[in-house]
Design a protein around this ligand. Structure first.
Ligand code: SF4
Length: 244
């Protein structure tokens, strides 16, 4: 133990509020071997909340969910390390028997949406696509002030993810593909989409739509990501429970 150790480092918590797989050491990760119930750390879901874990399991027995989960697992195995995500989407949609697909794209991704549409159509799918600005609804209608716009002083349409979901549903999409919607707008889209939805691209305007780069460089070029409570050493354990 060094003089630099924080109290958190020196006193492993005895109890945890929440599952904290993020702290699972590479040498453990026992769920991969099916042994988390016996080898999982104290913050493992199998230790913290075995009840909820157990309740989730039978939910896969519903026929539709089972087919979905099974197909996803089979695609994962068949394409592992070989197929791009686009190829995985095509294979998954074919295997699920979908005929009509929907694309919910950012207005900045219209050209990519067209390429994707062409690829999907070349595999025999029908495709509907809706851009985020469809509907021409002014941001003022949801309480955004002029000063809060990207470019104040003129008309600026709000992103309209609920309309994207409703339109794709109304036009028979059986499986939706999200292409570059903003943080929060994507959440609304997922909540409103009646068809199951997957993500092809997440938006990161700064990192070429590769937000993982921020995490890869979090201790160097993107150190600004950290908040004021960053500890001097990277934590090895979750924070202690505050429950009594
Ligand atoms: S489920 Fe348990 S064993 Fe698996 S990563 Fe999480 S903490 Fe580790």
């Amino acid at each position: 133990m060094s003089a630099d150790d924080t109290p958190q480092d020196r006193e492993p918590p005895m109890r945890y509020d929440a599952p904290s797989c993020a702290y699972c050491p590479a040498t453990v990760r026992a769920c991969r071997q099916g042994t988390s119930a016996t080898r999982g750390p104290g913050f493992c879901p199998s230790q913290v909340d075995a009840l909820t874990l157990g309740e989730a399991r039978p939910l896969y027995d519903a026929p539709e969910t089972r087919q979905f989960a099974q197909t996803a697992a089979i695609i994962e195995g068949e394409g592992y390390g070989k197929w791009t995500r686009v190829e995985e989407i095509v294979a998954f949609a074919k295997r699920m028997g979908y005929r009509k697909l929907g694309i919910a794209n950012c207005i900045m991704f219209v050209d990519f949406s067209r390429t994707l549409t062409g690829i999907l159509e070349s595999h025999g799918f029908e495709v509907a696509s809706v851009a985020c600005k469809a509907g021409n609804v002014a941001k003022e209608e949801i309480g955004v002030t002029d000063a809060q716009k990207v470019v104040p002083g003129g008309f600026e349409p709000m992103c309209n993810p609920i309309a994207q979901a409703e339109l794709l549903d109304a036009h028979g999409s059986e499986f939706n593909i999200m292409l570059g919607l903003c943080v929060g707008h994507d959440s609304l889209f997922f909540r409103a989409s009646k068809a199951p939805a997957t993500v092809l691209v997440v938006k990161d305007r700064v990192l070429g739509h590769n937000p993982l780069a921020a995490l890869m460089l979090a201790d160097t070029y993107y150190a600004r990501l950290w908040g004021p409570e960053k500890s001097r050493k990277s934590a090895r354990l979750p924070r202690k429970s505050t429950r009594r």
